[in-house]
Ligand binder design. Structure first.
Ligand code: UGA
Length: 481
C-alpha cells in the first residue's frame, strides 16, 4: 500500500455529539483510543467537557466520567483542531427529515464532509455514521476529492450505526454486528483497527461497498418499522372483531421464524430514526426509479399514524363521548421509555390531539418534560405521577416507563376523579386494574366493561368506522403537523 499511517494507534475524531456521536466518542475513549469530539453547539461541548451528558442515556454519564478521567477524551468547537488531530474522522451529524419533503436533509452531512475535506492535509480516513440515502457516500467521495488539498488521499468509508436509545452503551460496545462500507483495503484496515476490541470479542463483521452499507441501515430500520406496523394492523383487525391482539402477538412470537421482538402492539413507533428513515428511503427509491419496491413503507407509516388517532378515539369513548373539559393524566411524553427524546413521539401527538379537542391535559414524563415543554408549551407539565393523576377523569399511559408499570392501581385510583385508564402500550395488568374498579381500555383488545351502566353507555355510542377512520386519521394528524 501507499505512504500510509499504519493505524498502530490511530487518533480518532467524532464530529457531531448528539445521541450517536457522543456515545461513539465516549466509548472509543473507553476502549483506549485518543478521541477528540467536535460540535458546533458550544453549550453541548461545555457540558461534555465537565462530564455532563446533554441528554438522558442510562450508563453513559458513568462512561463519560471514566473517559474524561483517563485523559483520552477531549472536546472542541474548532474544526481546525479536529483536522490537525485525527487519523480517522467519524461523522455523526443528524439527517433530519427535510421541511418541505420526505427526503433526508443532508445539509449537516455535506457541511461536515466539506469543512473537514478543506482542512485535512495528511492522509486520513473520513467515516460516515449518519443514516443517509443510498448514493450519498459515492457523491461525497467525489465532493471530498474535489475540495481536499490532498485529493483522493483523503478516503471515505461508511460505517452504519444500529444503536438504540436507552441501550446506546451496550449497543456500541457489544453490537449485534458491524458493517464496514469501504472502497479500499486501507480503509478496511483502518476500521478493523478501530473496532479491534469489539471484533476480538466475536462480533460478526460484514464488509461491503459503500452503497450496500448505506442500504443495510435503512433496510434494517424499515424492517423493524414494518414489523411493528404489521402487528398494529392486526390490532385494527382485532378492533373490528372480538379478537385480542396481545394473545395474537404472543402466539405469533412463538414461531421462531417470526420471533417476538418488535412485535409489540400499541401506540406505534416514533423517535428521530424509524419514521424519518422510512420516509427518506421511500423518497430515495422513487428518485432511483424503484419506488414501487418500497411503496408499502407508505402504508407502514399510515398504519403507525392511525394508532395515535385511534388512541384518542378510545380515550374519548372512555370519557363518555366528548373530550371538552375532560381532565386527562397523560403518562409519558418520550417516544419510548429510558429516553428523553420527544422527536415524533406518539405520546406527545396524542396529548396534543386531546388538547385540541378541548381536554385539560396534564403530562408527566420521568425524563422528557423539559423537551416536551419546548415542543408543546401549551400543555400542562407536572413533576410526578401523583400530581398528574389528581382529579383525572381519564389516565392515559402513553410511554411505558417502569414507574407507570409498577404503579399500584388502588393507590392511583384514590387520586383520580374517575377510575378509567387507557393502556396505550399494553404495559399494565388489565386484571389488576379491572379488579380494583377501573375501566380498562387498550388498542386491539376486546372491551370488557366494568359495570352494566358502562355497557349501556357504550351501546349508545357510534362504533368506529375503520375504513373511514383511516382517512379521517390522516386529516387530523396532518392538521397537527
Ligand atoms: C432505532 C433502531 O432500533 C436502531 O437499531 C437504530 O440504530 C436507530 O433507530 C437509529 O436509526 O439510530 P431507536 O429509535 O432508539 O432505535 O428506538 P427503537 O428501540 O427501535 O424503538 C422505536 C420505536 O418503536 C419506539 O417508539 C418504540 O416504542 C416502538 N416500538 C418498538 C413498538 O411500538 N413496538 C415494538 O415492538 C418495538
Amino acid at each position: 500500500m501507499n505512504n500510509l499511517p499504519s493505524f498502530s494507534a490511530p487518533k480518532i475524531t467524532v464530529c457531531g455529539t448528539g445521541y450517536l456521536g457522543a456515545t461513539h466518542a465516549i466509548c472509543m475513549a473507553v476502549m483506549g483510543f485518543d478521541v477528540l469530539g467536535f460540535d458546533v453547539d458550544q453549550h453541548k461541548i461545555a457540558q461534555l467537557r465537565v462530564g455532563k451528558v446533554p441528554f438522558f442515556e442510562p450508563g453513559l454519564p458513568e462512561k463519560l466520567q471514566e473517559a474524561l478521567a483517563s485523559g483520552r477524551l477531549n472536546f472542541t468547537t474548532s474544526l481546525d483542531e479536529v483536522a490537525q488531530f485525527g487519523d480517522i474522522h467519524f461523522v455523526c451529524v443528524g439527517t433530519p427529515q427535510a421541511i418541505d419533503s420526505a427526503a433526508a436533509d443532508l445539509r449537516y452531512v455535506d457541511a461536515a464532509f466539506s469543512e473537514l475535506a478543506a482542512r485535512i492535509t495528511r492522509k486520513a480516513l473520513l467515516v460516515g455514521k449518519s443514516t443517509v440515502p443510498i448514493g450519498t457516500a459515492a457523491r461525497l467521495t467525489r465532493m471530498v476529492a474535489d475540495i481536499s488539498p490532498i485529493g483522493s488521499e483523503l478516503e471515505l468509508a461508511w460505517n452504519p450505526e444500529f444503536l438504540r436509545e436507552g441501550f446506546a452503551v451496550k449497543d456500541t460496545l457489544r453490537p449485534d454486528r458491524l458493517v464496514f462500507g469501504v472502497a479500499s483495503e486501507w480503509a478496511e484496515a483502518g476500521l478493523r483497527r478501530v473496532f479491534r476490541p469489539i471484533l476480538d470479542s466475536g462480533t460478526p463483521l460484514i464488509v461491503t461497498d459503500l452503497a450496500t452499507a448505506e442500504l443495510v441501515k435503512v433496510a434494517a430500520n424499515s424492517f423493524l418499522a414494518t414489523k411493528i406496523s404489521f402487528i398494529n394492523a392486526m390490532a385494527e383487525v382485532c378492533e373490528a372483531t372480538s379478537a385480542d391482539v396481545t394473545l395474537l402477538a404472543e402466539a405469533l412470537s412463538l414461531d421462531a421464524r417470526i420471533g417476538g421482538r418488535f412485535l409489540k402492539p400499541g401506540l406505534g413507533f416514533g423517535g428521530g430514526c424509524l419514521p424519518k428513515d422510512i420516509r427518506a428511503f421511500k423518497h430515495r427509491a422513487e428518485e432511483l426509479g424503484v419506488g414501487q419496491a418500497v411503496r408499502f413503507l407508505g402504508e407502514v407509516d399510515s398504519i403507525n399514524n392511525r394508532r395515535r388517532v385511534r388512541t384518542v378515539d378510545l380515550i374519548r369513548e372512555l370519557a363518555g363521548g366528548d373530550l371538552s373539559g375532560v381532565r386527562i393524566a397523560a403518562l409519558g411524553a418520550a417516544f419510548k421509555p429510558n429516553s428523553d427524546d420527544v422527536r415524533d413521539a406518539p405520546a406527545l401527538d396524542v396529548a396534543r390531539l386531546l388538547y385540541l379537542e378541548g381536554a385539560v391535559v396534564t403530562v408527566y414524563d420521568p425524563e422528557a418534560n423539559a423537551n416536551a415543554h419546548r415542543l408543546y408549551p401549551d400543555l400542562n407539565y407536572v413533576g410526578s405521577l401523583a400530581e398528574a393523576a389528581v382529579q383525572a377523569d381519564v389516565v392515559a399511559l402513553l410511554t411505558e416507563w417502569e414507574e407507570f408499570r409498577q404503579a399500584d392501581p388502588d393507590r392511583l385510583g384514590a387520586l383520580v376523579r374517575h377510575r378509567r385508564i387507557l393502556d396505550g402500550r399494553h404495559a399494565l395488568d388489565p386484571d389488576g386494574y379491572t379488579s380494583t374498579g377501573w375501566e380498562y381500555r387498550a388498542l386491539g383488545r376486546p372491551y370488557q366493561p366494568r359495570t352494566a351502566s358502562v355497557q349501556q353507555r357504550r351501546d349508545g355510542m357510534a362504533q368506529p368506522d375503520l375504513a373511514h377512520g383511516a382517512a379521517a386519521a390522516e386529516d387530523r394528524l396532518n392538521n397537527l403537523l
